[in-house]
Design a binder for this molecule. Sequence first.
Ligand code: DGY
Length: 327
Amino acid sequence: MGRPTVVVTREVFDDVLALLREHAEVIDNPTDEPLAPAALAERASAADALVCALTDRIDDALLAAAPRLRAVANIAVGHNNIDLAACTARGVLATNTPGVLDETTADFAWALLLGVARRLTEAERYLREGRWTGWQLKQLAGADVHGATLGIVGMGRIGQAIARRASGFRMNVLYCNRTRLPEPVEQSLAARWVDQATLLETADFVLLMVPYSPATHHLIGADELARMKPSAFLVNTARGGVVDDAALIAALAARRIAGAALDVFEGEPAFDRRFLDLDNVVLSPHIASSSVATRRAMAMLAARNALAALRGETPPNLLNPAALQGR
Ligand code: DGY
C-alpha cells in the first residue's frame, strides 16, 4: 500500500506539515483561503485523512465525495462543523483537540471580561479619536471586577480554568452545568452550583462556555437577558448561536444589561453590523484560543490524531468510537 494522502484545509505551522510529510503525501493550503464546499469536496476526493478547521462543513455530502476518507481531524475542541452521525455511518473517525487550549482560552475570556467592565476598547477609541482633553473624575468610569459575582454557564475544562482565575479577584463564583461537579472540585474552585435562572439573576458577569448544539441554540435570548441585572455583563467565548444576537443587540441598545464582550457570532465571519454602533460591547474575531503556542499545539494534536487513525490506531481524541466498529 502506498503512502496515504492527508489534505490540510487551512494554513498551519511548518512543523505540523513536516510531521505529516514524514508519514503521508500532504496537500496543504498555503494561501489559507477557506474552501467553498465544492472546492473542499474536490480536494477531499483524494484524501485518506482531512486535517480541517471549524470553517469547514463536514457533512454527508462531503463524505460521499471522499470515498477514501478514514479520518477527519478538527483543529478545534468544538466540533459543531462536523456531522458525527454521518462520519460514524461511513466509518470515518472524527477527532478534536481538547485540553491544549483551555488555559489560553480562559486567559482571553478574562481579557474580554476585564475589557468590557473597564470600558477598555471604548477608552482606546476615545483616545485615538483625539477626544481626550484632560482628566475628569467620572471619565469612562466602569464596573469593578474584584469582589463581584461571576456566573459561568458550562463548567467543563475551560469553564474551570476561568473559575480558577477568579480567586485572584476575590469573586463569588456560581456555575451551572448539565451535571454537578464533584464536591472536592467545587471546593477547589470555590464555585457554587445553581440553576440557570438563579445564575442569570445573581451574576454581575455571565460567562458562556458551553458547546454549541441544538440544545444550546439561543440558550441566551430575550427572556434570559431580561432576567439579568441591568448592571450585569455578558461574555461569550463559546460559539455563535448560543446567544440570540438580535435579542442581545436590543438589550444592549436599551441598556437592559450593562454590556457584552463577544468573541463569537451567529453566522460568523458575517455578523450583525448593528453591534458596531454600540459602545457597550467589546468585539473580537473568534481568537480566544489564539496564542502562537496554543494554535500550534492544536494543529499538532490534530495532525497526530489523523496519523494515528491512518496507522489503524485509535486516535487519542476520538469523538465517535462507534465508527471503529466494522473497520
Ligand atoms: C475551538 O477550539 O473550538 C475554538 O473555538 C477554535 O478557535
